[in-house]
Write a protein that binds this ligand. Sequence first.
Ligand code: ZN
Length: 457
Amino acid sequence: MKKTMKQSLASGFTLAAVTFLSLSASADPIVLRRGAATPAPATADKLAALHDTRDALVEKALLMADARQARLQTLAKTEARQKLLGEKQDVIGKGDTLAIVLARAGAPANHAADAFAAVTKIFNPKDLRPGQQVSVHLAPETDGDGVVLQSFSLKANVERDVAVTRQPDGSYKAEDKLKPLTTEISRAAGTIDNSLFVSGTGAGIPVDVMMEMIKILSFDVDFQRDIQPGDGFEVVFEQKVTQDRKLARNGRLLYAAMTLSGTSLKLYRFEDGDGFVDFYNPKGESVRKALLKTPIDGAKLTSGFGMRQHPILGFSLMHKGVDFGAPTGTPIQAAGDGTLKVYGGNGAYGNYAQIQHNGQYATAYAHMSRFAPGLRVGSRVRQGQIIGYVGTTGRSTGPHLHYEVLAGGTQINPLSVKLPSGRKLDGADLRQFLAQTKTLNDKMDSLPHPVQVASAR
Ligand SMILES: [Zn+2]
């Protein structure tokens, strides 16, 4: 039924076109003949009437042609508009602004301006980044043949879309669309080729997780001397991912382990009954000790493999401390809580700090490029607090931290200092800790590899 109708419509159009063409072709010759001959009056009248009818038909045909032309023009205009309509995807390029992207999509300038004003209420245009996806929706104007900016949305990041929608009154409203996130437990492991930081990030450990791992291991590991090529590392941490498994952000570090020359060191995150969070060894002993073994950002240490000369030296009668090679300006941390006993220039030591931790131990830091603002002799410092920055002041051949541990005023080998372990879990806390570590150990091998940061595209 439908097909028949279509066919008859099509043939109708063809017929009209043929009639139109034949009329146009015969029009002029008839007009010419009319003036040339002088027929009998009766015949002449009939002929004149016939010619008038013909002329009327010709005029009608010409009008039809004009109308057709106008229709074609409207059609072209409609087609051009049609191309703008609907939802268009675009990607923020270098130097793009939202205004540029909206104009590129064909949004009227006044709509783009209003929509932009709306979006800035919830989104800082400075957060626009190349690669972010934009979707622009243009709709036909209801009282005209133009277009309206119906809506646009921007993927601000993997967990947040910012959407702007045209309201019935023609104004624009912006809203945040947060995507639900789930927590995944990821595991990464590897072997150290050169530096833990380089090998770790190479194994897919995000930088922020790496930093936390190094921080908690700094109580037990001397990152300058303890690490040898072939040593292993392992880390388990949370990742917040979107439903399409794109990484939104990394969560908490749950477990960090290292195998140093065959000796394994395992640390588990645990929140005790009082809500206090710390890392514990498998026996439930806190990782926290009175002194850090690496009193400097372990990620910044320059590799000491194969270097036997200053500044990467071990402790000896001649060299009464240990050196950490790091770039000038690397923050130096107080190895433990204490009071600044010396803080200033000190001959061959250059810029020097000494912290008294308790009646027994003190630590000293030499060759600093500068001191930390606000500190002076007598200042209380907390473990991990920045007390100065790596440099090469005094008798020094290159930027490094010269670090000493003093017992009763005499330098001792920092590597041989045996500090008591921190607090030990007991009772219900210990039982829960052991159950929790068993659960993690059991599923350790089946944990997925970390989700990597997706590009904004
Ligand atoms: Zn030294």
